[in-house]
Design a protein around this ligand. Structure first.
Ligand code: SF4
Length: 447
């Protein structure tokens, strides 16, 4: 069979004023741009486990409206998409079905809303695709695809993970390549639309498999920039203490997402820096403690650590690793004071990088269900608004206009040339000061 693995790519936002701001303030939407320009690891992984006698292709479609020419013909296509582009993915699926092509869809949105997706494609995969992909291949070959492949209770182990088909990528298009070490996150934030939606527990890929993937990437790109496609990397620090010395030998640069517990282990931080860690992204969510209360479904992990936030940032950055701190606007309990509070927090903590987003009720999340029950969703099925930059619910302690205007104002302040340069310069200046200090002073700074 000729099989197309198709990823919907590119960033989306409905708010035109924000889109214009994004063009003039380079730091804004930077992280979204990075995510949008990453290849789809999920599809590359399925491609990697597809029997070799099939003819496989990986394609990215940034904007379907620009693709009105003839579609490349396949016997089977697998489409992956985020919620914000799901309507475009559905349009593409229908166009392929009109051509007589079988279409399989999966991922977090489709897992949350299989009945919606079934209207557009031949088959849906629920949960982790690798667990059922061989069965999908066999059925497709026989011309008898099932309507649903449900992998949610199959306890898929990352010890069985195949080597992603990195060789399908046109390397000139990417400046970061993704490798995954883990799936899931123990914190279970109610708004999280990450891998918790498809993986029922925190699971890790064996160190040897991760290294084999990095070695494969290095065969194609000498000295690549690796983005670990984990939602929360350092849950198991002993695992990373095995992995990091091996990473150091590969002489790569890398980025990952973590919670702030990484700051509690100076030895780990030194190993991270020595192995090429350039930046960690941490979801602080709120610049004040109260809105963190009840954010996680099982515990209050973030609220309980709120008092440590700023010192944790200083500790991590004192090791030469920049922190990209993420804040959400619109959490229950936040008032219009949140916009000044975020700015003050970023300045006081001397954060190198900052990301602000609007609280977004993604389908499948506990947040979506809670806001739906409370009749607080503005357009409950307008998935185009799931961009992280568009408001689609009624905030608790401010009006929708106050939130939008406050978000625009904060964007201008945080990403102004002057403040961005100040954040960059302060990080470098702090590092220079640390380097000048005696070894004893440095130890005090690092802990
Ligand atoms: S800490 Fe981050 S990855 Fe973990 S559940 Fe919360 S939002 Fe998701």
């Amino acid at each position: 069979m000729k099989i197309g693995f198709i990823a919907m790519s590119g960033i989306r936002a409905c708010d035109t004023e924000l889109l214009e701001l994004g063009l003039t303030l380079p730091g804004f939407v930077e992280r979204s741009k990075q995510i949008a320009s990453l290849p789809s690891l999920g599809l590359l992984t399925l491609a990697g486990m597809t029997p070799t006698h099939h003819d496989i292709h990986y394609i990215e479609i940034p904007d379907l409206s620009a693709e009105d020419g003839e579609l490349e013909r396949f016997d089977l296509v697998a489409i992956s998409s985020y919620s914000a582009q799901i309507n475009e993915a559905y349009d593409l699926a229908l166009r392929y079905r009109v051509l007589g092509t079988s279409v399989v869809m999966g991922g977090t949105h489709v897992t949350a809303l299989p009945h919606e997706a079934q209207k557009y494609c031949s088959s849906v995969i629920l949960g982790e695709g690798e667990a059922v992909w061989r069965e999908v291949m066999e059925d497709a070959q026989k011309g008898s695809l099932k309507l649903i492949y449900d992998a949610r209770n199959l306890n898929y182990s990352l010890a069985d993970a195949p080597m992603p088909a990195f060789e399908l990528l046109d390397i000139s298009k990417y400046n970061r390549i993704t490798v995954q070490t883990s799936r899931g996150c123990p914190h279970n934030c109610e708004f999280c639309a990450g891998s918790n939606l498809i993986s029922s527990c925190y699971k890790q890929k064996p160190v040897g498999k991760v290294l084999a993937e990095i070695d494969r990437v290095c065969e194609i790109w000498p000295h690549p920039f690796i983005e670990f496609a984990d939602d929360n990397s350092f849950v198991n620090k002993a695992y990373w203490k095995q992995l990091l010395p091996e990473l150091k030998k590969r002489r790569i640069k890398w980025f990952t997402e973590t919670d702030l517990s990484v700051a509690e282990d100076p030895y780990l931080l030194r190993m991270m820096r020595d192995s090429g860690c350039a930046q960690v992204l941490i979801g602080f969510e709120s610049p004040t403690a109260a809105p963190l209360n009840g954010l996680e479904k099982r515990a209050n992990w973030k609220r309980d650590r709120f008092a440590e936030y700023k010192q944790a940032i200083r500790t991590i950055q004192s090791h030469g690793i920049t922190v990209n701190g993420c804040f959400i606007v619109g959490l229950d309990g936040q008032t219009t004071a949140v916009f000044d509070d975020i700015y003050d927090f970023v300045r006081d903590a001397e954060l190198y990088e900052v990301q602000i987003t609007i609280l977004t009720p993604f389908p499948g999340t506990a947040l979506y269900e809670r806001l739906k029950k409370a009749n607080r969703l503005i357009e409950p099925t307008n998935w185009k608004k799931c961009t992280l930059f568009d408001l689609n619910f009624r905030p608790q302690n401010m009006t929708a206009d106050e939130l939008r205007e406050g978000f625009h104002g904060l964007t201008k302040k945080l990403y102004s040339d002057v403040f961005t340069q100040w954040r960059r310069d302060t990080f470098k200046q702090n590092l220079r000061t640390i380097k000048k200090k005696t070894p004893l002073d440095k130890m005090a700074l690092a802990v």
